[in-house]
Design a protein around this ligand. Structure first.
Ligand code: HEM
Length: 421
């Protein structure tokens, strides 16, 4: 049996599903087929679309006349856009293959209209913070934006799972400097040294994933989707594909036109202590708890020796002595040698906090979260309760993704993410 559709929350059920496999060019499968718009029909979706075929065998090119369309209303919750898009995709496939269905096309069109209307009504005022942004920003102008991003991120992570870390960090470094406006993606020119060339950004990775998404979207809907939105969506999907929480973000960010190396001074240095981190994140409107939750992104990825060797020159009482030996060994291979933040550096989980409890934090700025009485209880809570961490993390990420966003004429949609138009 073949299953096409979204893998949201359903990897355990359909590990063989390739996200985005379902598109207009998908050849008709020869086997029995089930198409699931949201395959697990989790609580996350307002609608679960299920298409099944009662013929036992479908041959390529044949006309199928026994499809049934089951639309099941599950919950009216926060992620319906994707579902609507998948309904569109499924209908597109069916129509493009001239499949005759039990339900008339008219009846289906009515269903879709009803759901589109429901969607528009229900999503109207979901995000008060950034007025022009909303979940359905590209619904009409670029309806496949979500599956395109998910598909490309999924494929990139299948090739190199460690890129999840790169994308999440890139989004953070974008948002903390000049807001989430894609300024991190701009290349330096002879007249301007851009953010990406600052010391703090030299080890960022995953630019090629953003480029691939942009290229595909420029083919499908030229000049519509901003690089800032692409980066926010890619980071969100990277978290999910690494095993983290699923969440949606409002779209509609415009790209900025300023990217200067000196602005990166606002990025947190790895030797900051908890008080300094609370202050710095507070300047962006985050509480101490949100700062600790966001730091949990260090459940993914690695740090280079140059980022933590300051801890190895003298005895550090907050550092476990055995772990100090591990860090020293890493550093014996040079400044660029990589140390994973926790034992499962490609998996989004709460191991990072458990490492902090064992004094196995890599950076000063990691271990200080456990060393400081101001944040220790939060670390303990996340170490014990992964669900709590996931919930706080996703909320803090949505908040971060709205930092100083540029809207309307305050920004542009870059043609090429590397350059201002
Ligand atoms: C709390 C203050 C933070 C400090 C001081 C900090 C600092 C650092 C440093 C020094 C590295 C290693 C860079 C290298 O050696 O190449 C790193 C890696 C990373 N940071 Fe942070 N970070 C902070 C918060 C965050 C936040 C809020 C996020 C995302 C929401 C984040 C995501 C990441 C990720 C995913 C990596 C791994 C990157 C990779 O493997 O390529 N960090 N961070």
């Amino acid at each position: 049996m073949l299953v096409y559709g979204s893998t949201f929350g359903a990897r355990e059920h359909y590990p063989h599903v390739t996200l985005g496999a379902l598109d207009a060019s998908t050849p008709l499968p020869k086997q029995d087929v089930e198409i699931h718009a949201s395959s697990s029909c989790l609580q996350l979706y307002s609608v679960c679309l299920e298409l099944s075929n009662s013929d036992s065998t479908v041959t390529e090119g044949s006309s199928i006349n026994a499809w049934t369309l089951k639309l099941q209303i599950k919950f009216i919750n926060q992620f319906p856009t994707t579902t609507i898009i998948y309904i569109g995709v499924v209908l597109g496939v069916m129509l493009s293959k001239s499949i005759s269905v039990k339900l008339s096309k008219m009846a289906m069109a009515n269903w879709v209209t009803v759901f589109l209307l429901m969607e528009v009504v229900l999503s109207g005022s979901r995000f008060g913070g950034a007025d022009g942004l909303n979940m359905n920003y590209y619904l009409m102008s670029c309806p496949f934006v979500e599956p395109v991003v998910k598909n490309i991120v999924n494929r990139a992570l299948q090739d190199d799972p460690s890129l999840a870390a790169g994308l999440v960090r890139m989004h953070f470094h974008d948002c903390f400097v000049e807001g989430c406006d894609g300024s991190i993606l701009i290349d330096s020119t002879k007249d301007n040294t851009a953010e990406k060339d600052s010391l703090a950004n030299l080890s960022l990775r995953g630019y090629e994933v953003i480029d691939e998404i942009k290229e595909e979207l420029e083919t499908q809907c030229p000049g519509v989707v901003s690089c800032a939105d692409i980066l926010s969506m890619a980071a969100r999907d990277a978290v999910f594909f690494a095993g983290g929480p699923v969440y949606d973000i409002p779209k509609g960010r415009k790209d900025g036109t300023r990217s200067k190396i000196e602005d990166t001074i606002n990025l947190p240095a790895p030797f900051l202590n908890a008080t300094e981190l609370i202050k710095l994140f507070g300047q962006h409107g985050f509480s101490a708890q949100e700062m600790v939750a966001l730091s949990g992104a260090h459940t993914l990825g690695v740090a280079r020796c140059s980022s933590f060797k300051n801890r190895l020159t003298q005895v550090d009482p907050t550092l476990d002595s055995e772990f100090a030996k591990t860090l020293r060994k890493t550093c014996s291979a040079g400044d660029t040698a990589a140390q994973p933040f926790d034992a499962t550096s490609d998996d989004f989980d709460n191991d990072y906090y458990n490492a902090l409890v064992r004094k196995n934090g890599v950076l000063t700025s990691d271990q200080t979260l456990y060393a400081s009485p101001r944040t220790r209880n939060i670390v303990n809570a996340y170490a014990l309760n992964q669900a709590m961490f996931f919930l706080d993390f996703q909320q803090a990420m949505v908040k971060m993704s709205l930092l100083d966003v540029k809207q309307g004429s305050k920004g542009e949609v870059r043609e090429n993410c590397h350059k201002i138009n």
